[in-house]
Design a protein around this ligand. Structure first.
Ligand SMILES: [Cu+2]
Length: 106
């Protein structure tokens, strides 16, 4: 076996490990006065959504039959998107608070 061939394979593996996280983005959604902002966003599978709660009350980002992220006052929880599709979410405590994510495959 040629050592050079192993080196090439090693470099391909390392390149793959570096390039995958580089594609993923972190998207911030702020919450101010019971409003998700932006209310609608586009994202890709693998992206991270971070909700930044600037209110003094707790909220959630909840999908019927899906995820349920608890967002305490002055906290900023995150969620990694794992599935493509249109996701409508709302706050369990304030059902008028709504957001939509259009998630496309990587
Ligand atoms: Cu709320």
């Amino acid at each position: 076996m040629l050592p050079g061939r192993y080196l090439l394979m090693f470099m391909v593996v390392i390149w793959g490990m570096i390039s995958v996280p580089a594609c993923a983005a972190t998207i911030q959604v702020s919450i101010d006065n019971l409003v998700f902002s932006p209310a609608e966003l586009k994202a890709r599978v693998g992206d991270t959504i971070t909700w930044i709660n600037r209110d003094i009350v707790a909220h959630t980002a909840t999908v019927r039959g899906g995820f349920d992220v608890k967002i305490e006052a002055n906290s900023s929880p995150s969620l990694v998107l794992t599935k493509a599709g249109i996701v409508d979410y709302y706050c369990r405590f304030h059902p008028n608070m709504k957001g939509r994510m259009t998630i496309t495959a990587e």
